[in-house]
Design a protein around this ligand. Sequence first.
Ligand code: C2E
Ligand code: MG
Ligand code: MG
Length: 597
Amino acid sequence: MHAYWVGILGLCFAAFLYMLYHASGKDTWLVRVVIPAYAVLLGGITLSAQRNFHVRSIFFNGCIAMFALFWVRNFGDGMMGNTRAFDLPVILIVPLLFIMALDIKRLLMLAPAQFVCVFFYTWFFASQNFNAAWTPSELLAFSLVVASLSGFSICLFAAVAFSRQRADQNLFALVTETEKLAATDVLTGLMNRRAFMEKLRALWPTRSEICIVFIDLNHFKPLNDQYGHAVGDEVLCKVAQRIGDVPHVELSARLGGDEFAVLFDAEACEETMATHIETLHAQITQDMRWESGVIPIGASIGYAHGQTVEQSLSGLLRAADTAMRRAKSANTHWAKFNPLVDNDAIASSTLEMELKSAIKNGQIRAAVQPIANAHSLDVVAYELLTRWTNSGFERDPSPKDFIPIAEKLGLLNEILWVTLDEALTKLNLTDQKLAINVSPAQLVASDFLESLLRILERHDVRPHAITIEITEEVAFRNVDRNVAILRQARELGFAIALDDFGTGYSSLSMLDTLPLDKLKIDQSFVQKSDKSTQSKSILLAAIRLAKQLGLESCVEGIETEQAARRIALLGADTIQGYWLGKPRLVQDEPPSLKMVS
Ligand code: C2E
Ligand code: MG
Ligand code: MG
């Protein structure tokens, strides 16, 4: 940018000088040639500072033309004996000024020309101005020295041009690399989402119909957790490479995580699409060989085919995504978007998209519900429950709506860290415990306990103050690993509670398998126990079973005082329910004994 100002100021100065000479009546041929030449030169410096290669090339060729014109004019003068005493310095300096900003190639081309021209011009000049005193060999030596110096000056300019060119090349390479990086997914080398969308947008008007394919790997998160991130990365790279090998794939991109997108070329029409998708699926899902054995890779594919005049790009993308989700839930490997079936699903995918931003925007909040001693009614613990506030939907989604979605998207731990952090800033856990809900998918995350301990440490809370509530599902997925993690958690001081006991896949053998401290008996038993003697018997049996196994029993869903009394008589240790207190946001009203009792 400095060159820009040098050029502008120089131009102004040259114009001013010319006007000065003109006004003073000294407007000779020298002034008329040299000052515009300076003007051209400085103008060139200004233009080349713009780093516009086209402008630069025009400027360079203009400089060479001026150099040639200069020599034609002055060489003629020299040959005809029209040289004067001060012409030699002009001859030596002015052509250099014309060409000093050129590139190395042009400079090296002009150096011999300058040498030859200067040599002969000097010869003519010296023989015309000093011919009486100098011998031919002195003339030759003088001309040679002057010509060599002049040629050498051009070589010096060439050296400067070389380093400038190198700097330009480096800059160019850097810009190209930066642009490439901004458009590339670093791990797989495929396009990223932004670049893919840009390419699609550019292609959209040139095609009459288009087919967009969405790919999502199956069970990628557990695979990552089980084999580690290095293997996970390897799988993603392999899948990216396999996608590229499928015929008719025109564009492919990694949209993020384990999601990929593909655009088939114009040859792959609607009739042949099913075959192409099948090939794509077969290619991606080949087993991957790894040092420790074979890793199976699963994928769900959804595609949507549309006329570009009728549909919007974002609509078609969403349709392909929805079809992929249907393929995943129905376990059909791949599915084509069908408006009759898939339009409802678009509503649930809206929930998914909103949930991701809700976590970032602080709409996911911590609520706590008290748990009290069944006899004294003293609050002994709180259960941390998540609330989605200010969601923008007609009614804020309940945990039953969004927890399964968060689980599917692998967001449960993120939600736990956010809500736990919020709760711990407000709760005083000196006399009470805090129970957190942890699903099996959360437990298997390789850094689960580490992250949990880190948050507790930040709030100066000991693991003894925390109860981990798990559901019976824990015993059905990765049971060995889950049991190992729970044992480790217990050794660290956490208490483990089995939540919603009596529902789902209840199995008594599980009580033996899982390392437990507490049994939370599902609320459905209390609610039915005043009408059904069978439910009452099950409730009683569950409380006794807990006692015999040395576990603390907690009965959920206590909505009335009578229910609380009844449960206390049945021998439960603790109770939880709306009668004691509903779950409340920790921030609006910090929970205390007064508030919840
Ligand atoms: P849960 O762990 O069994 O929690 C108790 C649920 O019962 C809560 O529902 C609570 O509001 C409700 N409840 C408590 N007392 C009564 C009562 O007297 N009557 C009735 N009808 N209901 C009562 P909520 O908050 O809707 O949560 C539902 C489930 O969602 C929870 O069941 C828990 O399994 C899960 N959940 C909630 N937050 C989280 C979370 O942050 N992470 C995970 N993994 N799961 C969560
Ligand atoms: Mg619970
Ligand atoms: Mg429960």
